[in-house]
Design a protein around this ligand. Structure first.
Ligand SMILES: *[C@@H]1O[C@H](CO)[C@@H](O)[C@H](O)[C@H]1NC(C)=O
Ligand SMILES: *[C@@H]1O[C@H](CO)[C@@H](O)[C@H](O)[C@H]1NC(C)=O
Length: 729
């Protein structure tokens, strides 16, 4: 092979796989022997506890089955390493253009200053500016967001040369100035402070205009602002496309005289009588509008709160697409979703370390990670429905030659005509072309269909993370987000897009199973709830559901439980979690399963029966001062009266009653001898109580605004009381 064929990336296998596979086999033996025990030791007809036994058998069948599914992502994880330095040896002029799509939907939940920091961080990529075009899709059609972007287009002229001169990281001004109080990176201190002032003045102007809720009249004289007329609302407005910086224009230069990336504001038409298909609709509008303006062969899709923390990410991604040998097959490159403001002990389970370090590399082994809607580079063609073919040759020069043929005004008008409400009528958009509609996790289903069309995807997680987002900082936000995810993935599972059906014969069985790890999140809720409640109630009543400690069957329960958790702990620590973080994650795992996933499965079923309609909740990216303080101190935030909290409170209370009642029963009638048949149940109940300790604290001890509202405490207490009393009689 000649010089020009040097591989741009390499792939390594995870270590210790043989040991893992042996361990997994031994676990499987353990699981089967538990099943065998359940099948052979059931109480006879009419005997006490037969139904409870059948239920727990069903739950254990499910857990075993689900555990087998999850082996797909642990079987053989692989890791990718790129060589951007080899890319740099190529002629810079040969590298493709890249379009960056940033989506925002609500100027209140997603403050414009945050949005433009993300935009600026991508404009400042270490990549030829004339090859970059950044699009902001504003689904609220808000003049406030437009104003912020307009400010950003001016600020970029100072910020981009500053970033490049001093090689600053991260290149989101908000993140850069908030993390650093002193100049760094060999900056001249005066230059650093004047940059900081410039940024802060801009941030103040934006924040005060957002507070005011409208822009001052004198601004309306500027180009673009006249698009907004009175009477326009976020749900009723014409299409708007404004090219704020036209990269082709000789006059668009920064303060050092270098070219600037193209910057475009876009709000697709919204009318109350037309369904807008949420984020998928917005992405599809972006794909079309950008095809008119820059038409780059590669696109990057980002959520507005995920700023770029690594100015080399474009080059890393291109290492895959441009690899002479394997690049041909690769349809998209997915970066992980990492959160910037996860506290050290990760109270709400958002470090996602196990997802990013084990599970996604596990997907990659079978043909590639799912598309998760943010931090993903695509070939434009595959988003438009292109099937894989060995002979396909990407036109990397696409979009480069569209120099100055048309003026910006003409481009804007043409782009507008592509993002009207009626444009998609009687087309394949939302079905075969673009992101798919009618599913809350449009991204996953779109990625799956791309893989089924024959493309591979790759997953890359460099040690300096590419994108950082904002994690929810209250329990309610986090549970609602997981409800949406579990619901969407379960809907896919039940639809014609089920990985086992759609993927049959097209993708590997391992990948089909891997998708089901998330697809089957929601159904986990029922067996988990059963396991948390029924053995405890049986303890209260004195019915034994598990083998005695002296029985040989006890060993299989002990082995499977300890094996699973010790393995989980080691995996989690290896991925960089703390011990307390792991413990917190176990709690979140229970809370998510008993609430988010329960709601997820219920609402999926209601939808199947056509009883309720789909909605889409945006997770707020702001929270009030006190709540943030509690978040930083790792204190769970309840505060609102959500019905989810009633479930959490009731499960916690019920287990407390059962533990007390169960122990008392032993003392009164059995003494220590009575403990034997009920030992596992006491242990289980005790563990449930231990993991819920912060919940009791919020129920009874804490007085702050983030503790349980009285109504929730009352309801959960009453509910738990009622159930225990009914059991006792
Ligand atoms: C983000 O980038 C900074 C350097 O700019 C680095 O120190 C930090 O570790 C990165 N964050 C993550 C999570 O990788
Ligand atoms: C996380 O984000 C919230 C909301 O933006 C903020 O109030 C909080 O201070 C951040 N916490 C950390 C630890 O960065």
């Amino acid at each position: 092979m000649g010089e020009s064929y040097e591989a741009l990336f390499e792939t390594k296998q995870a270590k210790g796989r043989l040991a893992y596979k042996l361990f997994a086999c031994s676990m499987l033996v353990g699981i089967c022997s538990i099943w065998l025990y359940r099948a052979t030791h059931a109480p006879g007809w009419g005997e006490e506890g037969r139904w409870a036994w059948m239920g727990i058998f069903a739950a254990e069948l499910w857990f075993g089955f689900y555990w087998i599914i999850t082996q797909s992502v642990r079987w053989n994880p692989i890791y990718r390493f790129t060589h951007p330095e080899k890319l740099s040896q190529r002629d810079e002029a040969e590298l493709p253009n890249v379009d960056i799509f940033v989506c925002t939907a609500d100027p209140i939940a997603e403050p414009p200053i945050l949005v433009i920091s993300t935009v600026l961080s991508t404009m400042a990529y270490n990549y030829s500016p004339e090859k970059l075009s950044v699009y902001l899709s504003d689904d609220a059609g808000s003049i406030l967001t437009f104003y912020a972007l307009w400010e950003a287009s001016h600020f970029a002229k100072h910020w981009l040369p500053f970033c490049k001169k001093y090689n600053v990281e991260p290149r989101s001004p908000a993140a850069y100035f908030s993390k650093l109080c002193n100049p760094r990176d060999a900056c001249i201190p005066t230059e650093w402070s004047s940059m900081k002032n410039l940024y802060e003045e801009m941030a103040d102007r934006i924040d005060s205009i957002v507070m005011l809720g409208k822009i001052p009249e004198e601004l309306r004289a500027n180009k673009g602002f006249s698009e907004w007329s009175s009477g326009m609302t976020s749900r009723n407005h014409p299409p708007i496309v404004q090219i704020l910086i036209d990269g082709r224009d000789q006059c668009s230069i920064d303060n050092d005289g270098n070219a600037l990336p193209t910057l475009v504001y876009m709000a697709r038409e919204k009318r109350p009588q037309h369904h807008h298909n949420f984020k998928a609709g917005s992405m599809n509008a972006l794909i079309r509008a950008s095809s008119e303006i820059s038409d780059s062969p590669i696109t990057l899709n980002l959520d507005c709160d995920m700023y770029s923390n690594n100015s080399e990410s474009v080059r890393h991604a291109l290492c895959f697409f441009l690899d002479e040998d394997k690049g041909q097959d690769i349809g998209f490159v997915q970066y992980p979703q990492i959160f910037d403001n996860v506290t050290k002990n990760d109270l709400y389970g958002y470090s996602f370390n196990v997802f990013t370090e084990v599970e996604f590399p596990g997907f990659d082994n079978w043909g590639g990670p799912p598309y998760i809607g943010t931090g993903c580079f695509h070939r434009r063609e595959i988003l438009c429905g292109k099937k894989y073919s060995k002979d396909y040759k990407e036109d990397w020069k696409r979009g480069i030659d569209r120099k100055t043929a048309k003026s910006a005004c003409i481009l804007e008008e043409r782009a507008k005509s592509l993002i009207t409400c009626t444009y998609e009528h009687n087309t394949q958009w939302g079905q075969e072309i673009g992101l798919k509609y009618d599913c809350p996790v449009e991204d996953v289903i779109t990625g799956l269909s791309i893989q089924c069309r024959g493309w591979k995807s790759v997953y890359i997680s460099p040690s300096r993370k590419a994108f950082l987002g904002v994690a929810p900082t209250t329990l309610a936000q986090s549970l609602v987000q997981f409800k949406r995810w579990s619901e969407g993935n379960f809907q896919i599972f039940l639809s014609k897009y089920c990985p086992f059906i759609l993927g049959r014969g097209k993708i590997k069985l391992g990948l089909q199973m891997a998708y089901c790890v998330y697809g089957l999140w929601a159904p986990n809720s029922l067996p988990t709830l059963y396991y948390l409640v029924i053995p405890s109630l049986c303890l209260l009543k004195g019915i034994s559901l598990f083998p005695k400690i002296t029985s040989p069957w006890f060993m299989s329960f002990a082995y499977v439980t300890i094996g699973k958790h010790v393995y989980g702990l080691v995996e989690s620590l290896q991925c960089g979690d703390t011990l307390a973080g792991w413990w917190n994650f176990q709690r979140m795992w229970i809370l998510r399963r008993t609430t988010s996933f329960l709601y997820g499965i219920t609402s999926t079923i209601l939808k199947l029966l056509r009883i309720s309609e789909m909605g889409f909740a945006i997770t707020a990216k702001v929270s009030d001062g006190d709540a943030s303080k509690r978040y930083e101190q790792d204190v769970l935030e309840f505060g609102s009266s959500s019905s989810m909290f009633v479930i959490i409170g009731a499960v916690a209370m019920l287990n407390l009653f059962c533990l007390v009642g169960g122990l008392q029963r032993l003392v009164v009638d059995g003494g220590i001898m009575g403990l034997e048949p009920l030992f596992i149940q006491i242990l289980l109940c005790g563990l449930v109580v231990a993991i819920h300790l912060p919940i009791y604290e919020a129920l009874f001890i804490r007085k702050d605004k983030g503790s349980f509202p009285f109504s929730v405490t009352f309801l959960s207490f009453g509910f738990a009381m009622l159930v225990s009393l009914l059991t006792m009689v």
